[in-house]
Unconditional design. Structure first.
Length: 511
């Protein structure tokens, strides 16, 4: 059907129009490279900041800011109520609707900043340190800036402008480190960390606005539409229960077992989940807008999701299996011999982590389809089960028992519940998810058996040689088991093609 001239003009100028790009595969590869490269830079900057600022600042300076971080992290969940993600998800959205979202999120940012400032005396009283009063007040600035970047970030994701996202994020990370280093060198102490956060947020929000090239309408006395409000409320609710469940373990271990056991648990958790989070984050940015664009085409949606998660799990799960197979050698290589108690905790968290890449990816389905209500409900249920497992595991086995109970709950309760709820959405079936997960779990079992029996007991391998051999055999088992199913063979061939293009013809990827 041919559109009238006025309608064609409206669609061409509508900032929320979502015409499908000519090649989703090309967008996915290019977007993954751009956002992934940006993430690598941010990781490098984080590591550099640890090294540089540790030499310029005292432990007290880090402790003061760390004391405020949980408060800011909690309040930040409410700075846009998920409305920015609604811009990405909706099939059609008008200039007026986007403007309404902007003024609403701006008001939320101001409200969150005011609440943080009003709460600062209570935070200072809790820690018995007057310095925290002013640190908390200053930390409200990034909250406000975060709400101002919600809409332009959503527009960049919606329009698949991954270059704008990558450039802005990279410049923000680098400028934040540069300002923190200069401020610390000049004697600003803990204020250098606050300055770093504020400068980084300011640069990122400026970059997003420049690349988005969008201007809001004049504010009106009107809240966001009901559908957008419900979408955002459920997404925020899910984030809240997820945040609570994922931070309660530290609180319980610290209270019952003390700081030493908490330190062991924290190192194991960070060592395992930091790579997962830094892989899942860029993929979330790439996949949710792509899936949102084909939400009305179930077959295409299913194919795109399975292709994306197939490559994600084929890349991450074998590496995790190899590390789980030799936790003592890996922990000693990374941390040293005195951190040996981390190994059993790392083992059980690693068993849990074998399911995490695919489990986390199921969130893409709910968000892309706009079905955050069932996502919130399943989040409440699985978070409740996780909290129960924390109490039970900690009571019977301390930090190691908590990690073991966490893994047991993931396999027996959480993953089956998630797969069942995803199945009911009518796009990706539970059988699809099982077909992706089970072959890799079988490969992981073969890897653990190979490493512990053949490599350690028979060949007496240890240290770096054992880890390298474990990685090689793990990927070999993963490729072999994945190739059993037709869809798996397609994932392997596509992965080989992408790697070949990146290695042989990098000029095809425009940055």
């Amino acid at each position: 059907m041919t559109l009238p001239t006025s309608e064609r003009a409206r669609k061409d100028t509508d900032p929320g129009q979502s015409a499908a790009p000519p090649g989703f595969a090309a967008h996915a590869v290019r977007g993954g490279v751009l956002v992934g490269s940006s993430q690598l830079v941010r990781i490098a900057v984080q590591m550099a900041s640890v090294v540089i600022l540790s030499r310029l600042l005292a432990p007290t300076d880090f402790g003061l800011v760390a004391a405020v971080t949980p408060v800011i992290g909690f309040v930040s969940m409410f700075q846009d109520l998920g409305y920015g993600q609604a811009i990405v998800q909706r099939a059609e959205i008008s200039q007026e609707q986007i403007s309404s979202v902007f003024w609403t999120t701006a008001a939320l940012g101001i409200l969150c900043a005011i609440i943080t400032i009003l709460a600062s005396p209570a935070v200072a009283w809790f820690y018995h340190d007057r310095r925290i009063l002013f640190i908390t007040m200053a930390a409200s600035v990034p909250l406000l800036l975060g709400s101002l970047m919600s809409v332009p970030s959503g527009l960049l994701n919606r329009h698949l402008n991954f270059r704008g996202l990558a450039v802005s994020d990279t410049l923000g990370a680098v400028s934040g480190l540069a300002c923190a280093t200069l401020a610390a060198y000049l004697g600003a102490r803990y204020w250098s960390l606050i300055i770093s956060s504020a400068v980084s947020s300011l640069v990122i929000v400026a970059g997003y606005w420049i690349f988005a090239a969008w201007k809001p309408n004049k504010p009106r006395a009107r809240f966001v539409e009901r559908e957008i409000g419900i979408f955002g409320a459920n997404l925020t609710g899910f984030s809240f229960v997820n945040y609570f469940a994922r931070n309660l373990d530290n609180v319980l271990i610290g209270r019952k077992e003390g700081s030493v056991q908490l330190g062991y648990y924290d190192r194991a958790y960070k060592l395992l989940y930091f790579p997962i989070q830094n892989i899942n984050g860029p993929l979330y940015r790439v996949m949710t807008p792509l899936l949102s664009r084909v939400q009305e085409d179930p077959q295409r949606f299913r194919a795109m999701f399975l292709r994306g998660t197939g490559q994600l799990t084929l890349f991450t799960v074998p590496a995790m299996a190899a590390l789980v197979a030799a936790p003592q050698d890996f922990v000693q290589l990374v941390f040293g011999a005195r951190w040996a108690p981390v190994a059993p905790i790392f083992f059980y968290l690693g068993i849990n982590g074998l399911l995490q890449p695919l489990s986390n990816a199921t969130e893409w389905i709910f968000i892309a389809l706009g079905r955050t209500a069932p996502m919130f409900r399943v989040g409440v249920l699985t978070s409740t089960l996780t909290v129960i497992s924390f109490f039970v595991g900690l009571h019977f086995g301390g930090a190691v028992g908590l990690a073991a109970a966490y893994a047991f709950t993931e396999f027996v309760f959480k993953a089956p519940i998630q797969y069942a709820v995803v199945h009911r959405q009518g796009t990706v079936t539970a059988w699809d998810l099982c077909w992706q997960q089970i072959p890799l779990l079988v490969a992981a079992a073969f890897t653990i058996l190979s490493v512990r029996v053949a490599f350690q007991r028979v060949l007496h391998m240890h240290g770096l040689i054992l880890l390298v051999a474990g990685l090689l055999v793990s990927y070999a088992w993963a490729i072999a088991t994945t190739a059993i199913r037709p869809g798996g063979r397609a994932v392997i061939q596509e992965s080989k093609g992408i790697i070949g293009k990146l290695l042989k013809r990098p000029s095809n990827i425009r940055v």
